[in-house]
Design a protein around this ligand. Sequence first.
Ligand SMILES: *Cc1c(COP(=O)(O)O)cnc(C)c1O
Length: 373
Amino acid sequence: MTIQSFIPPKRILMGPGPSDISPQVLQALSRPTVGHLDPLFINMMDELKQLLKYAFQTDNEFTIAVSAPGSAGMEACFVNLVEPGDKVIVCRNGVFGDRMRENVIRAGGSAVIVDDNWGEAVSIDKVESALKAHPDTKILAFVHAETSTGAQSDAKVLGKLAKQYGVLTIVDTVTSLAGIPLKVDEWQLDAVYSGSQKCLSCVPGLSPVTFSPLAIEKIQSRRTPVQSWFLDQSLVLGYWSGNDKRSYHHTAPVNSLYALHESLVMLKNEGLENTWKRHQEMHNKLKNGLDKLGFEFVVEPEIRLPQLNTILVPQGIDDARVRGQLLNQYNLEIGAGLGDLAGKAWRIGLMGYGARNENVSLCLRALEEVMVL
Ligand SMILES: *Cc1c(COP(=O)(O)O)cnc(C)c1O
């Protein structure tokens, strides 16, 4: 038997990511590959930096896309900022907070955990108590939008609190970037990472990151070299910096970066405020439909993420059967529950290009039809 070309079906992606990609972005991906040190490509990378600064709402000079998925952006933040012995307060209210803890430990730091229940926001009071109890803390780490539960935390207040206590922040904005308001400079966030395949609706495998001048200072004053060669941002900086001295570090994922450029151009054209509004409107529409069908949300309305809707699987309904039917009969993917919510919840994503009327209508219709069978 010969193995032939892989031709995937056209799915509608309404899970926790990857999200639906617009034809415009897919087209950008298939443009001719140029050399990654080609002057034209270098120029595109400079534009990409500008566009990322806009998306993050920052003037940080160090704003780039790590050539690897969101998890690598996470690791880049931790391995660069955390030195052996550094104390880091890690907020854990879902899967990704726990991964932050793993990263701290592997970087040789010590983690002070602030736990909150899954589905709840990070408690500001608990974080303040931890900051008071541990005056030697160097970094506060938290997830802005917990994709495992659909809850958002107050990054603005946490950023301010960190500054009051003189600590840096590492913030996971993988699901929040371009989906809900995120203002890196105004909120004084220091090391912020995201992903290409959530609300940016780009191909998976890139991680936008931005480092504040304070974060850069911390990296430059390290006593020990960053353990990871690939993720050592002081080396990557020479590759992404806008001068003529650009030298080889690794081969950029050229075509993926075309796609990111295109999705950011689309974001810029729509405007961040409009994008945030669209996510909220599509969420409201989905929520109204789900209410009518009798579904219950896991997260309280005030902290609900519009781009990630977690609902309880109704009593007596087989989680896997429904998701299987949605996929096979409607080409529609929704997400399963994670951790404690496995088998008990569904996660419906409305991310980026996926946050549109047709998707909401299809999802509601398909759920209704599949549930009565
Ligand atoms: C998806 C996600 C990640 C990981 O991103 P990958 O691209 O899958 O590596 C990290 N944090 C959050 C909150 C996410 O939703």
